[in-house]
Design a protein around this ligand. Structure first.
Ligand code: TYD
Length: 209
């Protein structure tokens, strides 16, 4: 089972996923946790190129292709082999991030972006995508408190509003794949909600830890 996590800046994904990972392991599920961009030695090098603030000259098509280069390496080196072994793969961001951030956010032609994303994933889709819903402004404020600002973080409010609207378009188009979690709530409540959803899906798929 392939489970991805999506959300805007400051949604708390990155702290919630490891906690969920430990919980599932304790319940004796075989879980593997990864993230994008990165997740492989090659992908981590690409991540650096994407995020360093020195690369202000990066064209948006270059940005799209680098995300896909990192992704295709992750899919082939990690995700497919792990799924083949029957593991549950948890991934912090995946293809939907490109559609939301580069497609809707940067307003690059959606059909073209989808074609490139499909090429990178070889058509591998998540079984379940958890969207951690957070108010755009509250989320950006949370992120800014962490202090660590990368190249992709210096975007305006309208950009993030387009990204958010993009996510909602995708959820409308494929409601059975998505679950929305209210991440404006305290983090322990968010974790409880994540566990309930994931355990229910695992059981539905006949998987017991
Ligand atoms: P990261 O520091 O991992 O942030 P987050 O915790 O929000 O995931 O940086 C990843 C950034 O890259 C984030 O701003 C979202 C962006 N991104 C894209 O724009 N397109 C993509 O395809 C992916 C995977 C990420």
């Amino acid at each position: 089972m392939f489970i991805t996590f999506e959300g805007l800046e400051g949604s708390g994904k990155t702290s919630q996923i490891p906690i969920l990972d430990s919980y599932l392991r304790e319940a004796e599920y075989s879980v593997f946790c990864t993230r994008e961009p990165g997740g492989t030695p090659i992908g981590d090098q690409i991540r650096e190129v994407l995020l360093t603030r020195e690369n202000t000259a990066m064209h948006q098509h270059t940005e799209i292709l680098l995300f896909q280069a990192s992704r295709s390496q992750l899919v082939e080196e990690v995700i497919r082999p792990r799924l083949k072994k029957g593991e549950i793969v948890l991934c912090d961001r995946y293809a939907d991030s490109t559609i939301a951030y580069q497609g809707y956010g940067l307003e690059v032609d959606l059909a073209q972006v989808r074609t490139i994303v499909d090429f990178a994933t070889g058509g591998l889709k998540p079984d379940l995508t958890l969207f951690l819903e957070v108010d755009v402004e509250a989320g950006l404020q949370r992120r800014n408190q962490h202090g660590d600002v990368n190249r992709l973080d210096v975007k305006n409010l309208d950009y993030y509003r387009r990204v958010r609207a993009g996510y909602y378009e995708m959820m409308k188009a494929e409601p059975e794949r998505w679950e929305i979690i209210d991440a404006n709530k305290p983090s322990n409540e968010v974790q409880t909600a994540l566990r309930e959803i994931v355990l229910a899906r695992l059981k539905e798929n006949g998987r017991v830890g």
